[in-house]
Design a protein around this ligand. Structure first.
Ligand code: ZN
Length: 416
C-alpha cells in the first residue's frame, strides 16, 4: 500500500526539481565567472563539469538577466580553439553595505563586479545618540543609496549593516556593542520597518568579520586563504579567515580580539573590564596619548579622516607627543598581533581602519615586536589595507550580492 507513495511524491516534485537544478546551474556558472574571470563557454563547460550545450543555454539566460556579457576573444587557451569569452556583468544590480561606527555612519553600493556605484560617509557622534536615532540616520543614508541606485538603473538586492558588536545574525539583533552602548537592539527589524519593507534582504553582522570578507574578496591580498584582518577604530576587532572561510565560533562571537586582557589592571574598557587590548591600541587610546582633551583631533563631530590627517601631519613634522604616542601604540599593536600570528599562522595580516592611515608610523615598532615574539615571523606578511575605512561596508555590500550568486533568477530578465 505504501509502495505507491514515494512514486507519487517523486512525480509531484519532478518539475520543481528541474527548476531547482536550472537555478543551481545558473548559480554555478555565474559564481565561476566571478571567481575565475572571463573565459570561453567551452572552458566553463570543462571546468564546471556541465555539458557545452547546457553552458551555452545558461550563459544566454545570464546575459538576458544582465549578469553576464560577451567579452574578448580568448587566445592560447588550454581548451579547444580560441573562442569568444563571456564575463561577469551585473552593472544593474547593487549590494548595499552600511557601517555604523563610533564616529560615523557610512554607506556603499557595489555592483556584482564589486565596482562602487555609490559611497558616502557622515560624521556622527553615535555614542551621544539613542539607538533609534542612529537607526534613523542609517535609514536616511540607506535611502540616499537606494535613490542613487534608482538614478543609475541599479536594482538593490540586499543590505548588510556592519556594527562593532556581538551580533546574533539569525535574529538580526545587535546583542552587545560596548562602544556604542547598545544591548539587544533589533537592528534588522528596525531598518525593515523604517525602509518600508523593501523587497530585499537586510542583514546585520560584526564589522571586523565583514571587513575580513571584504579584504578576502577585493583587498590587495584578495583570495589569500589564511588571512587575519585587524580593524583599528575606537574599538579593535578582528576577522580571521582560515582556509578561505571566516572563523565564527560556536555562537558567532569570535574575533573579539580587542578584549584580550593584555594589561590586566590597566585602563577601563568600554566592555566594563580593565586592560583590554583596545584600551592600549584603540583610536581613543592613541588620541588621548597624542593630544589634549580640547584638541580638535579629539572632536568626534569632525570627520575622522580629517582628524587622522592632522595627526599624520604632526607626526611628519616631528611633533614629539604625537610620535611618542604612535610608538607606544605600535609596540602594543605588535604585542597583541604576535598572539594572533602565533595562534592562527596567517599568510597575511591586514591592518585596517586607522592602523592603515597611520601605518607608516606604527609599522616599525610593531614589526620589531612581532619579530621578537612570533615563533615563525617570516611566514606572515603585514600589509596596510587599501580599503581603509570602507572595508566593512564593502564587505557588507559584497555579502548582500551573494543572494544573486545563490539565485540568479532573483534578477529579472532585461528587456532587449
Ligand atoms: Zn574590553
Amino acid at each position: 500500500m505504501n509502495a505507491s507513495r514515494p512514486v507519487a511524491r517523486l512525480a509531484g516534485r519532478r518539475p520543481a526539481d528541474q527548476v531547482t537544478m536550472r537555478r543551481s546551474n545558473l548559480a554555478l556558472v555565474l559564481r565561476h565567472l566571478r571567481d575565475a574571470g572571463p573565459r570561453s563557454r567551452a572552458r566553463v563547460a570543462v571546468e564546471t563539469g556541465l555539458n557545452r550545450g547546457t553552458v551555452s543555454s545558461l550563459v544566454a539566460e545570464l546575459v538576458d538577466r544582465g549578469l553576464v556579457r560577451e567579452g574578448d576573444v580568448e587566445r592560447g587557451g588550454s581548451v579547444g580553439r580560441p573562442g569568444q569569452t563571456v564575463e561577469l556583468d551585473g552593472r544593474h544590480i547593487g549590494g548595499i553595505g552600511v557601517e555604523i561606527n563610533v564616529d560615523y555612519v557610512t554607506a556603499i553600493v557595489l555592483d556584482l563586479a564589486d565596482t562602487p556605484v555609490f559611497e558616502h560617509r557622515v560624521a556622527l557622534d553615535v555614542q551621544a545618540l539613542p539607538p533609534d536615532a542612529v537607526l534613523d540616520a542609517v535609514t536616511e543614508l540607506a535611502g540616499q543609496a537606494i535613490a542613487a541606485c534608482a538614478e543609475r538603473d541599479v536594482m538593490p538586492v540586499g543590505l548588510t549593516l556592519a556594527v562593532p558588536a556581538l551580533v546574533e545574525r539569525d535574529e538580526g539583533v545587535v546583542a552587545f556593542a560596548p562602544n556604542l552602548h547598545w544591548t539587544g537592539v533589533k537592528a534588522v527589524e528596525g531598518l525593515h520597518h523604517r525602509l518600508g519593507h523593501p523587497g530585499f534582504a537586510i542583514r546585520v553582522d560584526n564589522d571586523a568579520n565583514l571587513a575580513a570578507l571584504g579584504e578576502f574578496a577585493m583587498g590587495s591580498r584578495a583570495g589569500t586563504p589564511h588571512l587575519v584582518y585587524l580593524t583599528g577604530e575606537t574599538g579593535v576587532g578582528g576577522g580571521v579567515m582560515v582556509d578561505g572561510s571566516l572563523l565564527r565560533g560556536a555562537e558567532g562571537f569570535s574575533g573579539e580580539i580587542g578584549h584580550m586582557p593584555l594589561n590586566p589592571g590597566g585602563d577601563m574598557c568600554g566592555c566594563g573590564r580593565r586592560g583590554c587590548w583596545e584600551t592600549m591600541v584603540g583610536l581613543a587610546a592613541l588620541l588621548r596619548m597624542a593630544a589634549a582633551p580640547d584638541d580638535p583631533v579629539r572632536d568626534p563631530s569632525l570627520d575622522l579622516e580629517r582628524r587622522l590627517a592632522m595627526v599624520r601631519d604632526r607626526a611628519e613634522k616631528g611633533e614629539a607627543r604625537t610620535l611618542d604616542a604612535l610608538t607606544l601604540v605600535g609596540e602594543a599593536l605588535g604585542l597583541g598581533a604576535s598572539i594572533l600570528v602565533n595562534v592562527f599562522n596567517p599568510r597575511v595580516l591586514v591592518l585596517g581602519g586607522y592602523f592603515a592611515s597611520l601605518g607608516s608610523f606604527l609599522a616599525e615598532p610593531m614589526l620589531a615586536e612581532l619579530r621578537a615574539r612570533v615563533m615563525a615571523p617570516d611566514a606572515c606578511e603585514v600589509v596596510l589595507s587599501t580599503l581603509g575605512f570602507t572595508a566593512a561596508a564593502r564587505g557588507g555590500a559584497h555579502v548582500a550580492l551573494e543572494a544573486v550568486l545563490d539565485d540568479p533568477t532573483l534578477v529579472p530578465l532585461r528587456p532587449t
